[in-house]
Design a protein around this ligand. Sequence first.
Ligand code: NCD
Ligand code: ZN
Length: 347
Amino acid sequence: MDRRTIRAPDDFHLHLRDGPMLALVAPESARHFARALVMPNLVPPVVTGADAAAYRDRIRAALPPASGFRPLMTLYLTETTDPAEVVAAHAAGIVTAVKLYPAGATTNSQAGVRAIDRVRPVLEAMAEAGVPLCVHGEVTDPDVDIFDREAVFLDRVLDPLRRAVPGLRVVLEHVTTAEGVAYVRAGGDIAGTITAHHLVLNRNHILAGGIRPHYYCLPVAKRETHRQALVAAATSGDARFFLGTDSAPHPDRLKEQACGCAGCFTATHAIPLLATVFEAAGALDQLEGFTSLHGAAFYRLPPNAGTITLARGAPAGLPAKLDGPGGPVTLFDPMIPLGWHVTGDAA
Ligand code: NCD
Ligand code: ZN
């Protein structure tokens, strides 16, 4: 079969940035995705309902004319977040979820949470009101090896937290380990997002034969067995797993330096890459669930009414870099030949 039509996809973890970078990357997501859950790690972060509404309006203004793309907004959880503010912003339809960044875990996480007990009242209010918590699941303890930070987070932070706040609906974001997959599979009110790049990357790709800063993101890609566990989870049809690309653009000059920042920019070709990975796993039939159905179900949204059609063959004219406001922005190099493109896609 050389063509596949699926419901229009959702990206349940996306960094759209702000200002000129937003103008550059918003059309890249709007090309294939109907909705995206937009991360709040701006400087300063998106912390109130008013911040989220204003950011949503800036995103809408950055979209191509007549784009039907819908940004779903998140709040950045801080130790001073007001429970009533969160519940009100969610009830008003301004905010879809709240994002927990352990302070220091990743890009622009300084305003995040240091002591989880301090946000307990917010989490209890969210459990009560059914507001999902999206979790960057890594400990920041310098004594914990970076490759172990996700697994340790599950034991030390997430599991005690979920026991302390029963009913809290949690998304373990950008799962990168077999332990993360197993934790999500163990069930309860939990789901996991998986990125496109973590389905193809292992840590050798970043470090063996030269350091490749454009493969560096957080959580960092792990060893090959973990990548295989992610592919198995994503392609299994298990509705607890769905797409969050974590597409995270940075100007090349900030990635290609002595202390390069974390993030892979994948928005442009995430769907062709996923189709290629799913087909290689013999699971093209599971693609639509992963990209377009499971996440919507978790977030209690109807699936998108529109569709996209995939056709065999690599996307034509895919750029290596976009010309960004702060210089070039490198598009993630998927390492494998892309076997599918989206028809009608200008790229
Ligand atoms: C993200 C970013 O650049 O905002 N970077 C990344 O490596 N994924 C932040 C995040 O999601 O951790
Ligand atoms: Zn992210």
